[in-house]
Design a protein around this ligand. Structure first.
Ligand SMILES: [Zn+2]
Length: 392
């Protein structure tokens, strides 16, 4: 399933509106009505809970200006509670430069099956020497912890029996929200990310069953987003603001430029692709003066293909898929891209490209039901309406 059906979203919004109306009619403010969770403090300061886990201090909010300069700090951020009353802690690394400068935040693990994004951030952080930095780089590695613990895209919520919720449709979250995942997003965004960040990069990969190429998603009309994306030696960019609820758009709504790199397939490390993203991220640090050094190869050197849309080809039958194209292939309208056979081996469907474009994402499972996405084609001109969105 690609995204939560609109009926459920609508119903949840309706229920939230209904409750707000009920509280308003009863003369009760939401803060009073939901006083089990504290509101967002006006000014974020560092709060140590007093707990230490595996030698790392635990914070429930963080102001990186409180940390000692010229050092790396390893912390746990205390997220939302589990059903047992314990907490979903999130791993935080802060490389606090010896001198002040831009504050850049790297995130991974908003989806729990996207391992190359975590490894990219780890690799970048290992390259940093805080003593020679001017500025701060913060990494938050495992934001959707329960999803990561089970190597799956979505957060297992206990609200109505176990249901899986896509955390990257929940941002900026709500500390008083109607699910643990909404509250986790609210806590992480308000008390960790937003007030410590001038520029942000939220790393992702393809998802289980649907591999991705190496490309960025971001809105190139925002100057710093364009600058950052073009600093990677990357072959493709999807220049599109995409949909509400994703972390990079919550940042942008807060005035913080952000984009989403996509690093190959889910569940495994793509050690050939990760170095492109490490090199590009180091270029971003150099460009903004956070680390010394000269910017290396960029998207111009990689002859980047910039698409305006990610056009989906949908699977129409059940059966076994045989692909005739590979990731990053250029395709033309009418070009045959796949066939599908039933259990008898009879061909039941032929698929063609509807557009001129570049294959940015491909189904990796060999079978499919109808209605799934076979591939997304990054296209310059195509317009898409009513189609399922690319699952970043
Ligand atoms: Zn993702």
């Amino acid at each position: 399933m690609l995204k939560e059906p609109p009926t459920i979203c609508g119903r949840r919004n309706f229920m939230q509106s209904l409750l707000i109306t009920m509280f308003a009619l009863a003369g009760i403010g939401m803060a009073q009505a939901q006083n089990s969770a504290p509101g967002t403090p006006a000014k974020i300061s560092t709060v140590y809970t007093g707990d230490v886990i595996n030698g790392k201090k635990v914070v429930s909010s963080l102001n990186t200006s409180d940390l000692e300069p010229g050092k790396k700090h390893l912390l746990y951020f205390q997220g939302v509670q589990m059903s047992t009353g314990q907490y979903w802690y999130v791993s935080v690394i802060v490389a606090k430069g010896a001198k002040p400068g831009k504050r850049i935040t790297l995130t991974s693990g908003v989806h729990g099956d996207e391992m190359s994004s975590v490894h990219t951030v780890q690799t970048v952080m290992n390259r940093l020497n805080a003593a020679e930095m001017s500025g701060t780089v913060m990494a938050v590695l495992d934001i959707a912890r329960p999803a990561m613990e089970s190597m799956q895209r979505r957060w297992p919520s206990s609200g109505r029996g176990l249901e899986l919720i896509d955390m990257n449709r929940e941002w900026p979250g709500n500390e008083n929200g109607f699910s643990a995942v909404s509250r986790q997003a609210g806590l992480v965004f308000n008390r960790l990310l937003k007030s410590n960040t001038d520029l942000a990069i939220d790393f992702h990969t393809g998802t289980t069953g649907l591999d991705a190429s190496a490309f960025h998603i971001g809105d190139m009309s925002i100057p710093d987003v364009k600058t950052m994306m073009m600093l990677y030696p990357i072959g493709a960019i999807w220049d599109n603001p995409v949909y509400p609820g994703v972390l990079h758009n919550a940042y942008i709504d807060a005035g913080i430029p952000c984009f989403t790199p996509e690093i190959g397939a889910a569940r495994r490390l793509d050690l050939d692709m990760i170095p492109i993203f490490v090199e590009g991220t180091m270029n971003v640090f150099k460009h903004y003066g956070v680390v010394p050094g000269v910017v290396g190869r960029t998207a111009v050197d990689a002859n980047v293909y910039i698409g305006k849309n990610a056009f989906p080809v949908l699977i129409t039958q059940g059966g076994f898929i045989e692909l005739f194209v590979k990731m990053n292939d250029k395709v033309t309208p009418g070009q045959k891209v796949a066939i599908q056979r039933n259990a008898f081996g009879e061909v039941v469907a032929e698929y063609t490209s509807p557009v001129d474009g570049l294959i940015g994402s491909l189904r990796s499972d060999a079978t499919s039901e109808p209605g799934n996405v076979l591939m997304f084609i990054l296209a310059i001109d195509a317009t898409v309406s009513g189609a399922p969105p690319y699952v970043e």
